[in-house]
Ligand binder design. Structure first.
Ligand code: AN7
Length: 355
């Protein structure tokens, strides 16, 4: 056996050909992208699918899909001479922005809805040294402020309204087509600010143009019932859901999400917090995959379609967008710990287990 020289990793190195790069764009990387596509062992049958694949976007360096787009957005900001970046965030965007800012030595300002960001995500922004602004309002208020502030001050906006974010995130669609040899029949994805569903639809379109896919997936997006503006057809003033990542009442990429849905003959529907938490528990207990609640919305949606007799069979990919470790508070309330106390001896442990 020979050991090959290490190859450069990361979205910019791997996907340069399909990204808006110039020779001046810095080739930065934290090793994002190239995430596993894993076959379901249990939920596939429950969903009435021939094949269900999980795209483990939670394996990205900061634990969510945001890194794929953030690396491109930060590289382009650096190319333009930026010394600081800013985002509004329900948590994952801020963790990712803060990491790439630390990596490249620029300042990072994150606007988060006060008291509504999962503990792990806040810990990341703190660790990476971002300036955190807790806004008395929700994500939508924070995004409005971030848009206005970055117009006014020399700071680059790195939310998904920045097209470089979408360009980076579309690379996941290419990875899925490469791994499966074609596009899947169905793409199940959580929808918050609607940047990711937009990016995947763009990616799948480019895959078919390049002959990497012979079909378009049906884009099936799922919002939390308490934060489902696209489903309701109007903004939600006070969005509420256990899935704090997608607690968004007025998505910035609303129009392109609807285009993805309609052009693909897909759907965007709501799943309740109970349905999200059921999928969250099933993913951990039956598949061995620990996601954060928002990510479970994609799987909750597929289960719901099957229960309503709307399963279509075929091959589906569900995007698991964020790591369960980010939200330890939900984990401790949703899983039944099997814990027993024992003396620190063989006999003590046997006694405790009744062996
Ligand atoms: C785990 O971090 O909006 O529909 O500010 O963290 O592209 O917004 C996060 C969104 C799904 C929804 N899953 O994606 C933010 C933020 C997870 C997320 C979404 C988010 P979009």
């Amino acid at each position: 056996m020979t050991i090959a020289a290490p190859r450069p990793r990361g979205v910019i190195h791997h996907w340069a050909e399909i990204l808006p790069l110039t020779p001046q764009t810095p080739r930065i990387s934290l090793g994002e992208g190239d995430t596993p596509l894993v076959r379901s062992s249990h939920i596939e049958a429950l969903c009435g699918l021939d094949e269900l694949w999980f795209k483990l976007e939670l394996c990205n360096p900061t634990g969510s899909f945001k890194d794929r787009g953030m690396v491109v957005a930060v590289a382009k900001a650096l190319e333009d001479g930026a010394k600081a970046i800013m985002c509004a965030s329900t948590g994952n965007t801020s963790a990712s922005a803060a990491a790439y800012a630390a990596h490249t030595g620029i300042e990072c300002f994150v606007l988060v809805p006060g008291g509504k960001v999962a503990a792990g995500k806040l810990a990341q922004a703190i660790a990476f040294g971002a300036q955190i602004i807790e806004v008395d309002g929700n994500f939508d208020d924070a995004l409005n402020a971030a848009r206005a502030l970055t117009e006014k001050h020399p700071v680059a906006l790195v939310n998904s309204v920045n097209p470089n974010r979408i360009a980076g995130q579309k690379t996941a669609a290419f990875e899925i087509c490469e791994a499966l040899g074609d596009a899947p029949d169905i793409l199940a994805i959580p929808v918050g600010n609607a940047g990711n569903i937009t990016a995947y639809w763009k990616g799948f379109g480019e895959c078919s143009e390049r002959g990497l896919a012979s079909l378009h997936p049906r884009m099936c997006g799922f919002q939390a019932a308490g934060a489902a503006p696209i489903v309701l057809g109007k903004p939600v003033e006070s969005p509420q859901t256990v899935a704090t990542a997608i607690r968004i009442g007025n998505p910035a990429s609303w129009k392109s999400a609807i285009a993805a849905r309609d052009e693909s003959n897909g759907l965007i529907e709501a799943v309740t917090d109970d349905e999200i938490l059921e999928a969250y528990r099933l993913l951990a207990s039956k598949e061995g995959i620990f996601v954060e609640p928002a990510s479970a919305a994609s799987v909750a949606g597929l289960i719901k379609l099957a229960r309503e007799g709307r399963a279509t069979g075929g091959r589906a990919a569900a995007i698991l967008t964020g790591n369960g470790l980010k939200d330890p508070d939900t984990a401790t309330t949703q899983y039944e710990p099997k814990v027993t106390k024992a003396a620190g001896t063989v006999e003590g442990v046997e006694r405790a287990l009744g062996w």
